[in-house]
Design a protein around this ligand. Structure first.
Ligand code: AQP
Length: 334
């Protein structure tokens, strides 16, 4: 018998068009992991209700996330690709874990505080308990590795706490999940104006989306924040310049990156040239994903088939975990 494959779980909220941060923080690793691991990837439609409760937009957004994952190279025959709301077991585990999550620790989460600042009129309990639902998403499959961007690091620490509390109180059931980026630091792509991270719903003019046209990409990169250049050799890069280099490293050749690194270090860099090169490399990178995603997102019959297939497999795993959780908690009366 071969060694059992490790279980991987990760999700993306259906709140709009995916962007470079989603791609390099999450999807790129999904694709790299699909051969070696037992992967559960899902569209987090329940999570989207905390900030985007528009019923008319939901179906299109869910289809879009599925299509963009598949267009990026995810193979629904190799991974279990599903929609969160198709798995009611997640909601039951969420309820159980809520009994182990404390108001104080939830209120301290920086992403919660950010959302409160952005939407002071909609501070709902779903927003507060986002890390609990996220933990249920992972623990329902007894997931171990979680490919995510840096912004999710703290949520995962909470997932480990909830897993530990459950195990201590009721008996061992859950491994403690860890963030995963093939041994490298987790990725954070800042927005091009230097204000916060690239995001589906904030900073839209300074975020590069997987459906941006070549011209839109050129325009956005042209407007990216820079300055008059380094004043001394081998200076430290300001964060918005470091971000441009981070992005360049993801889509340009190593020679190109080295050329501009050298130019930065000897103070000869012209940011206009760097942006032009970056824009062309970025457009070439996004183009095939955009074109494929457009075709897939309108193929409702195909996407419905994928969703059904994924839901069936994900429910099997979820139901098995929930049976164990109920037994350990004493919820087995018949
Ligand atoms: N800027 C980013 N850099 C690196 N990784 C990122 N991720 C998101 N933004 C960046 C990663 O993408 C995955 C899916 O994120 P999500 O949609 O579930 O969560 P989110 O934080 O709500 O994403 P957005 O894009 O910022 O959406 P909105 O604007 O709707 O809130 C996660 O692995 C995340 O780390």
């Amino acid at each position: 018998m071969g060694k059992e494959k490790e279980i991987v779980v990760s999700g993306i909220r259906s709140t709009g068009i995916l962007h470079l941060g989603n791609y390099f923080g999450a999807i790129r690793n999904y694709i790299r992991m699909q051969e070696e691991f037992n992967c559960y990837f899902f569209v987090a439609d329940w999570h989207s209700l905390t900030t985007h409760p528009d019923p008319k937009a939901l179906r299109g957004n869910v289809f879009r996330v599925l299509a963009e994952n598949i267009a990026s190279g995810l193979d629904p025959e190799k991974v279990i690709l599903y929609v969160q709301s198709d798995i009611p077991e997640i909601a039951e585990l969420y309820l159980m874990l809520n009994m182990m999550a404390y108001k104080g620790e939830l209120e301290k989460v920086p992403t919660f505080k950010d959302k409160v600042r952005q939407n002071p009129d909609n501070v709902n309990a779903g927003l507060l308990t986002y890390p609990v639902l996220m933990s249920a998403d992972i623990l329902i499959h007894r997931g171990l590795k979680v490919p995510v961007g840096k912004d999710q690091e703290q949520h995962l620490e909470m997932s480990r706490n909830f897993a530990q509390r459950f195990n201590n109180r009721y008996g061992y059931l859950f491994p403690e999940p860890v963030p995963f980026n093939f041994g490298d630091d987790l990725i954070r792509i800042m927005s091009l104006d230097g204000n916060g991270k690239m995001s589906k719903s904030e900073n839209q003019n300074a975020t590069i989306y997987l459906n941006d046209t070549d011209d839109a990409i050129r325009n956005k990169i042209k407007k990216a924040k820079t300055d008059s250049g380094p004043q001394a050799p081998n200076s430290e890069k300001p964060d918005y310049i470091a971000n441009l280099f981070t992005i360049m490293r993801l889509v340009s050749t190593p020679d190109t990156v080295r050329h501009f690194e050298d130019a930065f270090n000897n103070c000869s860099i012209r940011y206009g040239d760097m942006k032009k090169q970056l824009a062309e490399d970025m457009a070439a990178f996004i183009r095939p994903i955009r074109e494929k995603a457009e075709a897939i997102e309108h193929d409702a019959a195909y996407l419905n088939r994928i969703m059904r297939m994924g839901a069936e497999k994900a429910r099997e795993s979820a139901a098995a975990t929930l049976r164990e959780a109920r037994k350990l908690m004493g919820i087995n009366f018949y």
